[in-house]
Write a protein that binds this ligand. Structure first.
Ligand code: NAI
Ligand code: 15L
Length: 268
């Protein structure tokens, strides 16, 4: 049977807020969790991913989890370790203890951020490309994908790891023309990831059907995902403002964009 009750972690964040608006149309009853209060949602669970007891209670009785909570940009390793690495482990342990069968994990393009972006007639980047995290943040997503594989192989918990490009209402950079996932396509992809049968651990890229796409969406399409949006209508204006994408600029040469060239953030 299709999952109905879904725990959405990170519900107060940007993507969580977009998905809170869109996923109920697919018939889901969402249970919300975040370390911050979720505006306008008094029933949301306010808990940190470090709180195992709270997580266990939060996943009790749900059919699936969409796991968005965590640090969503580069940060000092210690913070990434706590929120993204330990936090995701705690979430999977809670799911195992409570018998939750499916997790949709918000991975990121930054797990493969050092991959050179394709140009000309180069093939699209496959999901099987070696991981090349561009940051401690990307490293935590790489860890999350491996954790998901372990919990499938050892415990039979299914995961779709979605290497999200950039999910915002509109693309705002020339790089985003290639990696944009419209919120509506994001909801379509999460719905496919929740309902496809026998996913084991499946890795997919998360984006719209962009004309300038860099990666291969076939594993996402195999789940039943049919993207309907394309960033191309935004291209002329963004290129007029920002110039043509320059592959010889190191900050534009790889999938991860400026995450590749930004200096690491060390603890103070
Ligand atoms: P965001 O930073 O707006 O939201 C993340 C939410 O997680 C926040 O509300 C925050 O309070 C919560 N959170 C952080 N640490 C927590 C903890 N220890 N315990 C409980 N809650 C915690 O990020 P956004 O953009 O909404 O992204 C959501 C997820 O999707 C993140 O995991 C991010 O890495 C991933 N992602 C998002 C992309 C995007 O385009 N928005 C692209 C690629 C990945
Ligand atoms: C991400 O992983 C971030 O969470 C998001 O805020 C964007 O920066 C996105 O990648 C991107 O690569 O544009």
């Amino acid at each position: 049977p299709a999952p109905r009750t879904v725990l959405l972690t990170g519900a107060a964040g940007g993507l969580g807020t977009l998905m809170r608006g869109l996923l109920p149309e697919y018939g889901y009853a969402l249970r919300l969790l975040d370390m911050r209060p979720v505006e306008g949602e008094p029933d949301a669970i306010t808990a940190d991913l470090a709180d195992r007891a709270a997580l266990r209670e939060a996943v009790r009785g749900v059919d699936a989890v969409i796991h968005l909570a965590g640090i969503s940009l580069e940060a000092p390793f210690e913070k990434i370790l706590k929120a993204n690495i330990e936090g995701t482990y705690h979430l999977y342990e809670a799911a195992r203890e409570e018998g939750v069968g499916r997790i949709v994990f918000a991975s990121s393009n930054h797990a493969v951020g050092y991959t050179p972006r394709p140009g000309g007639d180069d093939p699209l980047i496959p999901v099987g490309t070696p991981r090349r995290p561009d940051t401690f943040y990307g490293l935590s997503k790489s860890f999350g994908e491996d954790l998901a594989q372990l919990y499938w192989d050892k415990h039979g918990i299914e995961t779709v790891s979605v290497r999200i490009g950039s999910c915002f209402p509109e693309p705002t950079s020339v790089r985003m023309l290639s990696i944009w996932m419209s919120p509506a396509d994001g909801a379509r992809l999460f719905h496919a990831a929740l309902t496809a049968e026998h996913v084991g651990h499946t890795v997919v890229y998360g984006s719209s059907a962009n004309t300038r796409l860099w990666w291969d969406l076939s594993s996402a399409r195999a789940l039943g995902y049919e993207p309907r949006d394309d960033s191309e209508p935004y291209a002329a204006e963004l290129i007029a403002e920002q110039g043509e994408p320059a592959p010889d600029d190191p900050a534009q040469a790889c999938l991860g964009g400026h995450f590749v060239t930004d200096p690491p953030i060390w603890p103070h």
